[in-house]
Design a binder for this molecule. Structure first.
Ligand code: MV4
Length: 445
């Protein structure tokens, strides 16, 4: 087992990883920017190294600074968390070149799933259902036009280097295609320095349901059930839950099987997630694979009673997995609390937390790095806490969430708590009647 892990991240995920390391008897090294010198991850780690200025590019994304911190502290592994360098194949490669274990998949696996067309082709070859679309990247506007005619509108154009919604364009009318094609290519080139785009049939009002998977170094892969992440706004998830209210035992069996096929196709090592779009007929299609631990991993941990960070570290250390698949035994819902003003287009609201009370009690888990007097810096993600409530039924989990939200006091900054309070009372949400379009029609009063 590793003796010392450097955590190349900040905020709640850095704390989350430190907690599991402590329980496993592994020493921890925190890294921090000058803006984060008073952060809890710095205080809770065994050692801490300042790696630069507030801007991510000067600190949490600066590979030479991170490698220097790992070398001077003698860390034998690096955990990247999520975001920042978690899906940077070159970083994983550099860790390997320095004899430091990157706690995640190999650079080849990250690269393969990072290029969305390559990922899709890999899934087609493995027999995983994908959304009907172009055979590879689009080669010309003429090809795009004839393909759109053949498939029928609406279609969607996606950047192969994109993912998570960046650089997508939906085409509803034939006369929009030329402009959408040029815009998608231009945006992709500007954002990713890669203008490869492809076309798919646009699936209207889908659900986003993802399957958590784990694979070890010996080729064994299992699934750990689903999370429903349909409640999103501008491709930012707001609420996640497990089990999905749309799930049936038959669909879980089929999606779990497909997710295992998908991960096995690249001999996946580490924990990861297969994202699917699910249409109203319960047809499901591979969308992307996330080769990292995700923000919403705690939802799965609570419904199957399983520490995913511990599993991820064990896999990286070469310990085999059991290989058994999991079914949710409880219902868990997560609300992401962001320092944003939900009454003002979710505008970021950084600053000092003057008064704080964190909810607790039966069936409540709060993962957060904030404390009274903490100053939320403006440089990073605005998520300040995740509340997860756990109960036997979905209705009870929602009721517990309402209760927990009513106890949560954060003064000094605006937060998304009022949004979640209204959502928990919404009739369609309570019935499980929602798709990825839900927040578009949601008016906060
Ligand atoms: C789609 C789609 C409909 N049809 N692809 C959004 C993020 C990226 N992972 C892919 N996304 C979508 N791809 C086809 N062929 C709809 C979306 C989409 C979406 C997906 C999941 C969750 C929220 C979403 C919000 C808008 C669009």
């Amino acid at each position: 087992m590793f003796k010392k892990i450097l955590i190349a991240n900040r905020g709640e995920i850095a704390l989350r990883i430190i907690r599991t390391c402590k329980e496993m008897g592994i020493k921890t090294v925190a890294v921090y920017s000058t803006a984060d010198k008073d952060s809890l991850h710095v205080k809770f780690a065994d050692e801490a190294v300042c790696i630069g200025k507030p801007q991510s590019s000067e600190s949490y994304l600066n590979i030479p600074h991170l490698m220097a911190a790992a070398e001077i502290t003698n860390a034998d592994a690096i955990h990247p968390g999520y975001g920042f360098l978690a899906e940077n194949a070159r970083f994983a490669e550099i860790c390997g070149e320095h004899g430091i274990k990157f706690i995640g998949p190999t650079p080849e696996m990250i690269r393969k799933m990072g290029d969305k067309m390559t990922a899709k082709e890999t899934m087609i070859a493995a027999g995983v259902p994908v959304i009907p679309g172009s055979d590879g990247l689009l080669e010309s506007l003429e090809q795009a036009k004839s393909l759109a005619k053949e498939m029928g509108l609406p279609v969607i154009l996606k950047a192969t280097a994109g993912g998570g919604g960046k650089g997508m364009r939906v085409v509803w009318e034939e006369n929009e295609l030329e402009n959408a094609y040029n815009m998608a290519k231009t945006e992709a080139r500007a954002a990713f320095n890669n203008d490869g785009i492809y076309m798919e049939k646009f699936v209207e009002e889908p659900r986003h349901i993802e399957i958590q998977v784990a694979g070890d170094q010996y080729g064994k892969v299992c699934h750990l059930s689903e999370r429903d992440c349909s409640i999103q706004r501008r491709h930012q998830k707001l609420v996640e839950e497990s089990p999905s209210p749309f799930m049936t035992p038959e669909l879980r069996e089929k999606m779990g099987e497909a997710a295992i096929k998908a991960a096995s196709a690249i001999n996946y090592e580490s924990v990861g997630t297969i994202e699917f779009l699910v249409d109203k007929h319960r047809n499901f299609y591979f969308m992307e694979m996330n080769t990292r631990i995700q923000v919403e991993h705690g939802v799965t941990e609570e419904v199957i009673n399983f520490d995913l960070i511990k599993e991820q570290i064990k896999i990286a250390a070469g310990i085999p997995i059991s290989g058994k698949n999991y079914t949710p035994q409880m219902h868990a819902i997560e609300c992401r609390i962001n320092a944003e003003d939900p009454y003002n287009d979710f505008r970021p609201s950084p600053g000092k937390i003057t008064v704080l009370h964190i909810p607790g009690g039966h069936g409540v888990r709060v993962d957060s790095h904030i404390y009274a007097g903490y100053v939320i810096p403006p440089y990073y993600d605005s998520m300040v806490a995740k509340i997860i409530t756990i109960a036997q039924t979905r209705e009870e989990a929602i009721n517990t969430m309402e209760r927990a939200l009513s106890e949560f006091v954060i003064e000094g900054v605006k937060t998304t708590i009022p949004f979640h309070q209204q959502l928990m009372r919404n009739e369609d949400f309570r019935k499980g009647n929602f798709t990825t379009k839900f927040t578009e029609g949601f008016k906060l009063v």
